[in-house]
Design a protein around this ligand. Sequence first.
Ligand code: AMP
Ligand code: GLY
Length: 423
Amino acid sequence: MKVLIVGSGGREHAIAASAAKSPWVEKMYCAPGNAGIAEYAQCVPIGAMEFDKLTAFAKENGIDLVIVGMDDPLVGGLVDEMEAAGIRTFGPRKNAAILEGSKAFSKELMKKYNIPTAAFENFTDPDAALAYLETAKFPIVLKADGLALGKGVLICQNLEEAKEGVKTIMLDKKFGSAGNEMVIEEFLTGREVSVLSFVDGKTIKTMTSAQDHKRAGDGDTGLNTGGMGTFSPSPFYTEKVEEFCEKYIYQPTVDAMAAEGRPFKGVIFFGLILTEEGPKVLEYNARFGDPEAQVVLPRMKNDLIKVVEACIDGTLDEVNLEFEDNAAVCVVLASDGYPLQYEKGFAISGLDKFKEHEGYYCFHAGTKFDGDKTVTNGGRVLGVTAKGRNLREARENAYAATEWVEFGNKYMRHDIGKAIDET
Ligand code: AMP
Ligand code: GLY
């Protein structure tokens, strides 16, 4: 089978590495890919939003299966276009990817179907939002409706900050058209857990849990990023929590989407927060998490291609998802200055060492080839993942492996998985 993966980050590298283990895959392509993905797939220089070129490439090259890793093309309708061209594609159609593409939509859905989430109001008029804030409780959370690279969420401590936030999102349009509409919601406290799941339109099978670290600095300080590291499983995701989520969150979400005439096929990522009142949904994503995929997929025992096909065919109920009884930790190596300004183009050394060690992975996020050298080409550069028998061992292994690779302006957090010590 010929497979095309769409995307270019660490998540897509993890998807490619997992798919490469499948005996069904003869040839893999990735658009646009990166220097690490090139080990498994032929990278083709087509951007993830160049739908016409992507469908033409898939047709010309006899692609049997497309896997869309990124949110933008999903929300933009790449799956619909591929399907219209007769190409089997894994991921939600546009009318279902709205679960991630519009926070206002997802909040209304949760309200309508009684899925636990923070109390909220949606606004299209900035004056109405400002008036609402006058009587609100603080801190409060402002969210741009659309996709904003995970940066469209503002936590405001007081009325002043919140008014400034409305201006930033709705008037200055800092996140572009994502700020045409806005959600204002209650501030929740608790531990965050990411649960990814496979969905075939009616059946949902959840994967092992994970936890991300979104802030740039140690001790959860500094700016929000795309994610600085993850661990899996989360020790805070207990059986009791899972039972609650199965009953009130997972299947109800899938059923709600089907009832709305928007059957969801693909990956639903549940961003959960474990509050004193119980688990609630902070956000949905319509794809694998990044860097959650880098700790979840290496632990999956199933053939990824078979699971993906079951989602497309509506036969997920026949699949028994299995994960290794171990743990994994991913530490992101970034360019110093990320998520603001940073330099690119530094040579990366030590990458070969990962090939010599079972259970260690170096997923490329922002790299490219410069002649025969691999150089840095982004804010997040690499995701160093290691497995261990338990979380502590996995963390030790991952941090040891971060020493194997060097590049100019290498930066990382030193406390990925620190929460494990509280258990
Ligand atoms: P989101 O993109 O909606 O997941 O928001 C990004 C991050 O903002 C989350 O991972 C949380 O850390 C934080 N956040 C979002 N919504 C809330 C909320 N209602 N209360 C507290 N923190 C939140
Ligand atoms: N790690 C968070 C995300 O993928 O959105």
